[in-house]
Design a protein around this ligand. Structure first.
Ligand code: ZN
Length: 222
């Protein structure tokens, strides 16, 4: 019985000592984020706080991980130290992601490579990065995944698969358990993930294009 009392006492003491710390007033500073393009998402310690450009007040003093993200761009991560009543700033420009052109069964009839008739590669080390002067800054690959010339069809991949195979049906589809009804959700935005064949095969910042990137290419190229 005696030990029990002691442990209660200890618990109460711990509570008493713990209280002042949690009730402590927050000491804050502010963070000015000027990163282009505008409307990029701003995350502080993994939590979205708003978009660029903006000044974020009431950031607790100390070290924080600030990340700026936007679709189609490489994210920018910075560690900042916020001091009491001072303003820290993060500036910069996000780098546009390079898009590749994997062939997928979902669009087999769409020619999805840039105007290729008069395009030739400097050497056989494909993929080459082609700057088409698009306003987003997106650069396209010279070839489809698996192709060795700009006009080549390249390899044929099922959605979210990164290997070719001899039979393409539901029973051979990696992201299903044998039938269309038993598919796993791999998400609709797989660019840059382990389901993205361009990213898996080519590495680096190569990714399959997003719908917006394909639209930009179609709208601006002949
Ligand atoms: Zn090439």
């Amino acid at each position: 019985m005696k030990t029990r009392h002691i442990s209660y006492l200890f618990w109460i003491l711990t509570l008493l000592f713990a209280l002042p710390a949690s009730a402590q007033e927050m000491i804050v500073g502010s963070l000015d984020v000027k990163v282009s393009p505008i409307n990029s998402d701003v995350y502080v310690d993994g939590k979205k706080v708003g978009t660029t450009p903006d000044v974020f007040r009431d950031i607790q003093v100390g070290q924080h991980c600030v990340e700026i993200r936007k679709d189609g761009y490489e994210s920018l991560t910075k560690t900042v130290t916020i001091n009491e009543n001072e303003q820290e700033s993060v500036t910069g420009t996000l780098k546009a992601i390079v898009a590749a052109t994997p062939s997928t069964p979902s669009s087999p009839s769409t020619p999805n490579s840039p105007s290729t008739s008069n395009l030739s590669c400097p050497d056989d080390n494909h993929p080459h990065m082609i700057d088409l002067g698009l306003s987003s800054g997106t650069k396209w690959a010279c070839c489809n995944v698996g192709a060795n010339k700009p006009e080549g069809n390249g390899d044929y991949y099922a959605w979210g698969e990164t290997q070719t195979k001899s039979k393409y049906n539901w029973s051979t589809y990696t992201h299903c358990d044998g039938s269309e009804e038993n598919c796993h959700n791999i998400g609709s935005d797989i660019a840059g993930t382990r389901y993205d064949v361009a990213h898996v095969k080519w590495g680096g910042s190569w990714v399959m294009p997003s719908r917006d990137q394909i639209k930009e290419l179609k709208d601006n190229c002949t």
